[in-house]
Design a protein around this ligand. Structure first.
Ligand code: GLC
Ligand code: CA
Length: 555
């Protein structure tokens, strides 16, 4: 395999709005990010992914971009962004940005021009279609609920949007539009950006016939991803994008890809793939409900284990995936993947170890390194997220009571990941001196950076060790390029795997149960690399306590 500059890196996702506020307006900002670069460096981070910071009306928290060339005033200025790039570079760190090009904001100049002249050039930057006897052209439900089609005022046409109606989809069949996007991407890369996280990208290829599908909900609509799955040819668009942009600059790209077709993985992440890597969402998909969050199953340990193992085995045939336990669209990993008894510092370290030492690029989401958890939500009004509001209505329509619907949202809401970063036990968790845009998790006095920095045994200090081990001269090679092989798959409550190459063999083994488990090791122990309970000795017959994780070098 050809080695790439990003293979051995550890990445961190910042959700700027909730990271660190320096001017007291309750909104995180670029100055705040700059002020925390040393903190991230100490954690061992190489690549920082910034969720969108472009000019936006924030209907979907910046995933609705009104100007691809401008920084949102809320976050700061272009000069501050340039300063961030320079400060990151000084520390040998790389910045990647979110690239949201399936859609833009309805306030983008292109869309405004399209509305002003629905038969003109800019209308063809979007999908403007005639309705069927006054009804929308097809029966698709958008990802955020309601029809994918919105009337174009003063006409018999509708425009297409797979997310909110304020996020019109861009017409990728139009070469002129593509050129505009490529120009913009290259402009950012020329500035010194190391690459992009690429949003919702699988959706760019539409079935231009927009056929109706069998309704799959009480609203009589069909999920719009059915259209995505019904069409071929996204690969050609992605190659065109890559050749005109990323490839020329050796940029690092990580795609948000759902609904990939069987057997397509090598085309996405192989040596000549469309992207450097894509996120592994397989474990997260275990809690996809058939109709929404209200019928989302809880994650079962054995299924979770099997899913991760299968994914690792499959992916290593083609390339690398990016491993996460959470991001800004998901509830907190500790609250989701750990049973209640395991939502402790020990359990949190265990889950982190399993995730960070997998084969692939680890992405740590802000707050994960201190073990942030889901918040307690007392009313639907406390949420900001557009998709949470939609899911609440879906749950109510399906017959759940207010309380039940609230419970569903509390468990699954994206806002669980978006509550402000917990820096200290000071007011508002030290995130802001003003009024935070979204409420602070009430557990910030127990879980925060400042107190964990002082505690040698804290989750934060453990994450620092974990990342250090992964990148250490001794083990870097095996953790980056070593094969993955599952172990003890038949032992209840044990999640374990080997990472090995011609030189070294490492065993990562965790006991997700409450009770101790005895394991016969297959190989003699050479060295304890890491432990969440300061173990000094490991025998061939290993007694692994409940919630214990240990990383061993075998001989
Ligand atoms: C992606 C983003 C999500 C956003 C959506 C629409 O899934 O991660 O936050 O709402 O795309 O841009
Ligand atoms: Ca601010």
């Amino acid at each position: 395999m050809k080695k790439k500059w990003w293979h051995d890196k550890v990445a961190y996702q910042i959700y700027p709005k909730s990271f660190c506020d320096t001017n007291g307006d309750g909104i995180g900002d670029l100055r705040g990010i700059i002020s925390k670069l040393d903190y991230l460096k100490e954690l061992g981070i190489d690549i920082i992914w910034l969720s969108p910071i472009y000019k936006s009306p924030f209907v979907d928290q910046g995933y609705d971009i009104a100007d691809y060339y401008a920084i949102a005033e809320e976050f700061g200025t272009m000069d501050e962004f340039d300063e961030l790039l320079a400060e990151a570079k000084k520390r040998d760190m790389y910045i990647i940005m979110d690239l949201v090009i399936n859609h833009c904001s309805s306030q983008h100049e292109w869309f405004q021009k399209a509305l002003a002249d629905p038969d003109g050039e800019y209308a063809d930057y979007f999908y403007f279609r005639k309705g069927k006897n006054g009804n929308p052209p097809s029966n698709y439900r958008s990802y955020f609920g309601g029809s994918c089609w919105e009337p174009v005022p003063g006409t018999d046409k509708f425009y297409f949007h797979m997310f909110a109606k304020e996020q019109p989809d861009l017409n990728w069949e139009n070469p002129k539009l593509r050129q505009e996007l490529y120009k913009m991407i290259n402009w950012w890369l020329d500035k010194g950006l190391a690459g992009f996280r690429i949003d919702a990208i699988i959706n760019i290829k539409k079935n231009l016939a927009f056929p109706d599908f069998e309704p799959d909900g009480t609203d009589g609509l069909a999920s719009c991803w059915k259209m995505v799955e019904s069409v071929d040819g996204v690969g050609e668009l992605l190659e065109d994008l890559k050749k005109n942009t990323f490839q020329k600059q050796d940029a690092f790209t990580v795609g948000e890809v759902f609904n990939m077709k069987e057997g397509e993985l090598p085309q996405f992440i192989g040596e000549e793939g469309h992207f450097s890597t894509i996120f592994d969402f397989s474990a997260h998909s275990l809690s996809d409900g058939e109709h929404g969050w209200y019928d989302a199953p809880s994650v079962d340990f054995k299924k979770w284990r099997e899913t991760i193992i299968n994914s690792q085995m499959e992916v290593q045939k083609s390339g690398f995936e990016a491993n996460i336990i959470e991001n800004h669209d998901e509830p907190r990993g500790v609250s989701r993947f750990l049973p209640e008894y395991a939502r402790t510092p020990a359990g949190t370290k265990m889950l982190g170890t399993i995730s960070v030492l997998l084969r692939g690029i680890p992405f740590i989401y802000q707050g994960q390194e201190i073990g942030m958890q889901n918040a307690v939500w007392n009313s639907i009004d406390e949420f900001d997220d557009i998709s949470t509001k939609d899911q609440y209505h879906i749950a109510r329509k399906a017959g759940l009571s207010n309380e039940e619907a609230l419970e569903v949202c509390a468990k699954m809401s994206r806002d669980n990941a978006r509550t402000p970063m917990q820096w200290s036990s000071k007011e508002n968790a030290g995130f802001t001196t003003g009024m935070p845009w979204l409420k602070v998790n009430s557990n910030y006095k127990e879980i925060n950076v400042k107190s964990q920095e002082k505690d040698a045994d804290s989750v934060l200090n453990y994450y620092r060790k974990l990342v250090k081990v992964r990148k250490s001269p001794e083990y870097k090679e095996v953790f980056t390029y070593g094969q993955f092989e599952p172990a003890y798959e038949d032992t209840d409550s044990i999640m374990a795997y080997y990472r090995f190459d011609g030189e070294k063999r490492v065993l990562v083994v965790a006991n997700f149960g409450k009770e101790a488990v005895e394991l016969e090791l297959q190989y003699p122990v050479k060295n304890i690399i890491l432990s969440n309970r300061d173990r000094k000795k490991a025998e061939r017959t290993l007694q692994l306590d409940g919630l214990e994780v240990i990383v061993l070098e075998c001989s």
